[in-house]
Structure formats: structure tokens, C-alpha cells
Design a protein around this ligand. Structure first.
Ligand SMILES: [Zn+2]
Length: 180
């Protein structure tokens, strides 16, 4: 049965906040897309308790708590504690923390772009040599090995890495920035 489509509304304004990024971030934290999306759906529907989430999703309560604390540790969810005046027990109402999530996504986005930039610079600023079996060395290394592959004992040949450079130029962060 298809789940009801939940609208992901954010109470904080950021070009990094969208449903795709939030799901991706949750997945990076939990490595469990289905469970984390079901729990996110609940957090974007209302402030909910862990029991309500377990009931709504059919996920075991302990597992719901585990995921919520993972979100909490990362900072993308927080809770309000309400004390029952009669039983003195606390109930925890969970919600999504848009502001912190936006910061985290921005950090990850910048990190990805930095990695891509460094990889590109490394390819652009070096000459590479390859053996027939595909082992690959930058010039300094290849020169140290006197242009003989130390693994295969084969001759190292100059490699034109323009295609690799072109491919790297196409790389993008898995996080998407919202259009203005
Ligand atoms: Zn080799």
C-alpha cells in the first residue's frame, strides 16, 4: 500500500532545505532509507512521541528510539519534554530541527565541492603514467620507479587524462541547492 505523501515544510529559511536533501542526510546518518524516511514523514506531519511513530509506521519502538537518537545526536531532531502531573512521567515530543539540518547540509555540500575541487586540481596539475594492467602513478612516483610498474613489472606509458578531467568537471554534490 502506498504511503500518504507528506509535504516537507521547513520552519527555517535556507536554500539547502528541501525534501531530497533531508532524506539524503537522514540516510547518511542511518544507512536505512526506508526507516529513516518513515520516521521523517512522522516528524514532518506533527510533533510526535516515539510511541506514536512506532504505531504509525509499524517500526519497533526500540528501533524508532535508536533512529531518533541518531537524528538527535547529529542535531536534526530535538524534543520537548512534558511531565504528566499525575504520574510524574515525562513524554517526549519529537520534531525536526530545520535550522541545524540546514547547517549540516550546507557543511556536507561544501565538503563535497571541496573534494571535487581538490581532485580536479590534482588531475590538472599532475602528469600520469599507466601500465597495461591499469595501475596508475603520478609523474614523481612513476619517475621513482623508472617508469616500470612495481606491481606488474610492465612499462609505464604517459596517459592523457583529459577525459578524467572532463568527468570530474561534471561531478556535483549529492545535495541540491534550491533555486532562488
Ligand atoms: Zn601495473
Amino acid at each position: 500500500m502506498a504511503r500518504k505523501k507528506i509535504v516537507y515544510n521547513f520552519d527555517y529559511d535556507s536554500k539547502f532545505l528541501n525534501e531530497h536533501n533531508v532524506k539524503k542526510l537522514a540516510y547518511d546518518l542511518t544507512h536505512d532509507a526506508d526507516t529513516s524516511e518513515k520516521i521523517l514523514d512522522c516528524l514532518f506531519t506533527a510533533e510526535v512521541t516515539d510511541e506514536q511513530i512506532a504505531e504509525a509506521t509499524g517500526i519497533k519502538l526500540n528501533f524508532v528510539r535508536k533512529i531518533l537518537y541518531k537524528f538527535f545526536d547529529a542535531g536534526i531532531s530535538n524534543y520537548t519534554r512534558v511531565k504528566d502531573p499525575e504520574t510524574q512521567w515525562f513524554t517526549y515530543y519529537w520534531k525536526f530541527d530545520s535550522r541545524k539540518a540546514a547547517k549540516l547540509i550546507e557543511q556536507e555540500y561544501n565538503k563535497h565541492n571541496e573534494e571535487i575541487k581538490e581532485t580536479l586540481e590534482y588531475e590538472e596539475n599532475n602528469m600520469f603514467f599507466v601500465c597495461p594492467n591499469g595501475c596508475r602513478y603520478a609523474f614523481d612516483e612513476a619517475s621513482d620507479f623508472q617508469f616500470i610498474c612495481p606491481r606488474c613489472d610492465e612499462k609505464l606509458e604517459y596517459e592523457d587524462n583529459q577525459n578524467i578531467i572532463n568527468d570530474i568537471k561534471q561531478l556535483k554534490s549529492a545535495y541540491i541547492v534550491n533555486e532562488e
